[in-house]
Design a protein around this ligand. Structure first.
Ligand code: ZN
Length: 284
C-alpha cells in the first residue's frame, strides 16, 4: 500500500503529539490485553491492580512516568508491576510517532484519514502481538473486528480514490484497488499457512496463525504480504537460533509466531518501498 507521503521536515511538535498519544493508547492496549484474557469489559470499569484489585488513581496511571515514580510496584500491595506495561506504552508511542512522521501532513486532509487508519491498525496488531506472546493464542475478539476495520477502510479508500494518500480523483478500477489487492494477499497467505497447518498437523504453525495472515494480507495487499512473511520467517529463525544458543529453548519447544508476523507486517507497512529498493540495488 502506498499512502507514503514522506513529507519533508515533518514538524517535530506533531511527532511529539503522536508519540504522547501513542503512550496513552498503549496504556489502554495493556488493559485491553488483560481484560480480553479474563473476559472483562474494557470499556467500563476503572483500572485496577491485577494482584490486589485496588483501583488505580489517575496520578498512578500516567504512562511510563507512574511506573518509574512507583518504582515498578503497586502503591497498595507493593506487588511488582510487569515490564510489559511500560514496554507496550513506549513501543506504541514510537510506532505512533513513526506514523505521524511518514503518513501525516497536517495541511493535507486525506492524510488525516490514512493516519487515523494506520493508528488503528497498529493498535489492533499490538494487542494481537502481546496477547499471543503472553498466552500463545490469537484473540478472536481482536482479530475479527480488525478484519472488519480493514475491509471498511479499504472499501472507503477505493471509493474515494485515496490510494496515493493524497488522491481525490474519484474511485479506482477494481484491479488497482486495495480491496482487490487485500483479498488476493489474504487468500494467498491463508492458503500457504493452511497448507503448513494441515501438513504438520498444527506442529509448525497453529490455525490461529492462518487466521491472522488473512488480516495481514488484507492490510498489506498483494504482493507486499510476501515481504512481511519473509521478514517474519527470518526474524523467527534468528530469534529461535539465539534462544537455542542461549540454551533457553530446545529445538522442539514452541515459540509464539504471531509476534514475528506482526513485526514483519509493521516493518513492511512502514518501509516496503525502501526495503524493495535496497534489495533491488543488491543485484544491479
Ligand atoms: Zn496491588
Amino acid at each position: 500500500m502506498q499512502y507514503n507521503c514522506d513529507s519533508t521536515g515533518q514538524d517535530s511538535m506533531i511527532i511529539l503529539i503522536f508519540f504522547v498519544f501513542g503512550l496513552i493508547v498503549g496504556s489502554f492496549l495493556n488493559v485491553v490485553v488483560y481484560r480480553l484474557n479474563v473476559a472483562e469489559s474494557f470499556v467500563t470499569g476503572r483500572s485496577h491492580c491485577t494482584h490486589c484489585k485496588t483501583n488505580i488513581a489517575w496520578y498512578d496511571n500516567i504512562p511510563v512516568i507512574s511506573f518509574i515514580l512507583l518504582k515498578f510496584r503497586c502503591r497498595n500491595c507493593k506487588e511488582k508491576i510487569s515490564w510489559q506495561y511500560p514496554l507496550v506504552e513506549i513501543f506504541t508511542g514510537l510506532l505512533f510517532a513513526l506514523i505521524g512522521y511518514k503518513f501525516f501532513d497536517a495541511t493535507v486532509v486525506a492524510t488525516w484519514v490514512s493516519a487515523i487508519y494506520y493508528l488503528g491498525i497498529v493498535s489492533f496488531l499490538l494487542v494481537i502481538f502481546v496477547y499471543d506472546f503472553l498466552y500463545m493464542e490469537i484473540p478472536g475478539l481482536a482479530l475479527w473486528p480488525a478484519m472488519g476495520y480493514v475491509i471498511v477502510f479499504n472499501l472507503f479508500f477505493d471509493w474515494v480514490g485515496l490510494k496515493g494518500g493524497i488522491g481525490g480523483q474519484g474511485g479506482v478500477g477494481i484491479l488497482d484497488g486495495l480491496v482487490y489487492a487485500g483479498t488476493l494477499g489474504a487468500v494467498v497467505a491463508f492458503a500457504f499457512f493452511f497448507a503448513m497447518v494441515a501438513i504438520s498437523k498444527e506442529k509448525w504453525m497453529g490455525m490461529g496463525d492462518a487466521y491472522l495472515v488473512i488480516l495481514l494480507g488484507l492490510i498489506l495487499g498483494w504482493p507486499n504480504i510476501l515481504l512481511a512473511l519473509m521478514l517474519a520467517f527470518s526474524l523467527g529463525a534468528i530469534f529461535g537460533v539465539v534462544l537455542i544458543l542461549a540454551k533457553q529453548k530446545k529445538m522442539s519447544s514452541q515459540i509464539p509466531f504471531a509476534p514475528f508476523l506482526v513485526l514483519g507486517t509493521l516493518i513492511t507497512m512502514l518501509w516496503y518501498d525502501q526495503i524493495v529498493d535496497w534489495y533491488m540495488r543488491l543485484f544491479v
